[in-house]
Design a protein around this ligand. Structure first.
Ligand SMILES: [Zn+2]
Length: 310
């Protein structure tokens, strides 16, 4: 039996249910008795992941990403001396493009999807590396801010990923991690299976579901010092826990979908929808609003955690 990919415990994990990625890729959803991390078992292969992250996974919110990058640059990065910013899991690159346009920071990205990287390089002329972070061979201590927004739960080796982030961060630099609260995040998936008597789709391709305490331990083991933690997504968390009414259509997100591998390998290009133009103040306001709505600490009833470390 394989040891737990997070804590290496060799006790048999608890079987919670099943989960799908693409329609034909069915996995066990298990929970480690030692660290309580839930994950797909076995973990998907690189080919299964490449099929999941097809071009249509990207781009629907490109203009919002641009606005979010602008807001981060103008409201947070400007307080720090300009340096080098790395976004891991940067998608098409519009978030770092927003930072580049509105600050003196130099920006880089890493992205798994070859098509997304081609877009970031070709259309935005960004410095984006393709592949898994540990394979990119970026120089040690080369970034002043590393930003990892909803990515850790998608990678096959979260421990190796965090160690690599630590290696790439300059001493005194900032590491920002946002990650779903795994206990809440996996709940709908299991609830879907219980009600429908068939496995649901891990809707955004999450492979891991981390409890808050384990997350802090992992950061500690990777050599980070956690300075601030927050919980956000509180209303969504309360809905999933049944403490607020669930949306009527919540189950739709967990329905399996036809395989995302386009026949004959055609349409492997990112297609962007028309953007919606909104003034800068709208994104600056949304950024402030999100900061006000988060609560300090990692709270079990929220859907998402954000953690600042050094
Ligand atoms: Zn474990």
């Amino acid at each position: 039996m394989n040891p737990c990919p997070i804590c290496e415990s060799t006790q048999s994990p608890r079987q919670l249910g099943k989960a799908l990625l693409a329609r034909d890729d069915c996995f066990d959803l298990v929970e480690c008795g030692a660290c309580r991390v839930r994950h797909l078992d076995p973990l998907p292969t690189r080919q299964q992941l490449a099929a999941f992250y097809a071009p249509r996974y990207y781009g629907s919110d490109w203009y919002k990403q641009l606005g979010r990058g602008m807001a981060l640059a103008r409201q947070e990065l400007k307080r720090l001396p300009a340096g080098r910013f790395l976004d891991v899991g940067c998608g098409l690159g519009y978030f770092i493009e927003g930072i580049r346009r509105h600050s003196g920071w130099s920006v880089s990205g890493v992205e798994f999807s070859a098509e997304a990287v081609a877009h970031a390089r070709g259309h935005l002329r960004l410095d984006v590396r393709q592949g898994e972070l540990v394979e990119c061979g970026l120089p040690p201590r080369s970034f002043d801010f590393i930003h990892v927004n909803n990515v850790l739960e998608h990678v096959r080796d979260p421990r190796g990923f965090l160690k690599e982030c630590r290696r790439l961060l300059r001493p005194g630099g900032w590491f920002y991690l946002s990650v779903p609260n795994g206990v809440v995040d996996s709940r709908n998936l299991l609830e879907f299976e219980r009600r429908r008597r068939r496995p649901g789709r891990s809707k955004d391709g999450h492979l891991f579901f981390f409890p808050g305490a384990t997350m802090l331990e992992l950061l500690d083991q990777a050599g980070f010092q956690v300075t601030r933690t927050y919980t956000y997504g509180i209303r969504r968390g309360l809905r999933i826990l049944g403490l607020l009414p669930r949306g009527k259509k919540w189950q739709r997100d967990y329905e399996s979908r036809p395989s995302v591998v386009e026949p004959g390998g055609t349409h492997r290009q990112v297609v962007l929808p028309a953007g919606r133009t909104r003034p800068d103040w709208y994104y600056l306001y949304r950024h402030q609003e999100a900061r006000l709505k988060r609560l300090p600490g990692l709270r079990g009833y929220g859907l998402d955690f954000s953690i600042y470390s050094r």
